[in-house]
Design a binder for this molecule. Structure first.
Ligand SMILES: Cc1ncc(COP(=O)(O)O)c(C=O)c1O
Length: 386
């Protein structure tokens, strides 16, 4: 059987061999509790702090501002709830967008159920949030603005630095979900001008279940998890040392590989996109403007996206119709709908997301398979029902 081709790197990435290597000591001899005073504890603490340095370096941050979490979902939840608990009152207001990850959107909905008002700013047809619309949405009682850095379905990069300027002038903290952008494009917390930034390890060849929230010093935010005094009293719970070690190793690797993402991986994505549009009639790219080097979101006329994902999988190509969380729910993509795309364009969309492990040979093979799958499904959908 030919090798399977993994083009779903926005859902998750394979753990890098060097990451696995970095995790092994903490799964073996270095088993101490990082809060313990003795040598066992100190060894574990050293692993955690080295990883913190690597993550901080990746985003141009001070190490004291990086707090480890259980992943992007917790970081996003914490940014929102923590801000509410840190400074909120009933009737307060949060501004976000219609294209956020469910970890933000569902949290906003839960906050609404508890009396917080939420404005969800729309995006234009290109998939970009208008900073002017964010400015217009901010009110006297706005306690937080949350706008993702890059969208997980289209890869479109949002004008976060412009929005940060608006938020700063209005005295409102800005959170950005940078889970998809970190490790794909340069991310610098100072250049972005944000106050809170979410990251996740498993999108950059690290382990699952570990991430971080970067908190600019002085940002009002209450702990999300209470208990012990870990993470400078900001996030209770014994540190997941093996996962944190892996995150640190992945962050170091990602920092060194940014040129490869912007060069070779971006060229592979373009090769795939142009190849698909060239050989399959009735195709289009969803989203326009600056985007991540790794993602292409395509729609093909008269194609059922979900059926195509299954057919591609049977042929050994892993792709998706949107985010891994929403695929499976059979809900059409809220991101593409938010861009105002017609329902049939949304239904026929496919997301291909590349990683550094992909090769030109894989891309060409995936193109052949995609061409055949689309042709076959279109023929099937034309044949009369019996
Ligand atoms: C933009 C974005 N935010 C948050 C998350 C959630 O991160 P995690 O899987 O680490 O909880 C994801 C994962 O799909 C994502 O793509």
């Amino acid at each position: 059987m030919t090798e399977r081709i993994y083009l779903d790197n926005s859902a998750t990435t394979p753990v890098d061999a060097a990451v696995l290597e970095a995790m092994l000591p903490a799964l073996g001899g270095v088993f101490g509790n990082a809060s313990s005073v003795h040598l066992f504890g100190q060894e574990a603490r050293a692993v955690v702090e080295e990883a913190r340095r690597a993550v901080a370096d990746l985003i141009g941050a001070d190490t004291r501002e990086v707090v480890f979490t259980s992943g992007g979902t917790e970081s996003n939840n914490w940014a929102l709830w923590g801000t509410l608990w840190g400074r909120g009152r009933p009737g307060d207001h949060v501004v976000t967008t219609r294209i956020e990850h469910p970890a933000v959107l569902a949290t906003c909905a839960a906050m609404e159920n508890r009396g917080v008002e939420v404005t969800r700013v729309p995006v234009d047809a290109s998939g970009r949030v208008d900073p002017g619309a964010v400015a217009a949405a901010v009110r006297e009682r706005t306690i937080l603005v949350s706008v993702m850095h890059a969208n997980n379905e289209t890869g479109i990069i949002q004008p976060v630095a412009e929005i940060a300027e608006i938020a700063r002038k209005r005295g409102v903290p800005l959170h950005t979900d940078a889970v998809q952008s970190v490790g794909k494009i340069p991310v610098d917390v100072k250049a972005l001008g944000v106050d809170l930034l979410s990251l996740s390890a498993h999108k950059i060849h690290g382990p699952k279940g570990v991430g971080a929230l970067w908190i600019r010093r002085g940002t009002p935010i209450a702990p999300f998890l209470t208990g012990g005094a870990q993470e400078r009293k900001r996030r209770a719970g014994t540190e997941n040392v093996p996962a944190i070690a892996g995150f640190g190793a992945a962050a170091r690797l990602a920092a060194g590989r940014l040129p490869e993402m912007g060069g070779r991986v971006s060229a592979l994505r373009d090769r795939f996109e142009q190849g698909a549009l060239g050989r399959i009639p009735g195709g289009r790219v969803n989203g326009r403007g600056p985007r991540l080097p790794s993602i292409t979101n395509l729609s093909f006329e008269r194609l059922e996206g979900e059926a195509a994902v299954i057919a591609l999988d049977l042929e050994g190509v892993a792709a998706s119709t949107g985010s891994a969380c929403s695929s499976g729910s059979l809900e059409p993509s809220h991101v593409l709908r938010g861009m105002g795309l017609r329902p049939e364009v949304v239904q026929s969309s496919l997301r291909f997301s590349l990683g550094r492990q992909n090769t030109e040979g894989e891309i060409d093979r995936a193109l052949d398979i995609l061409g055949k799958v689309v042709e076959r499904l279109r023929t099937l959908s034309r044949s009369p029902r019996r």
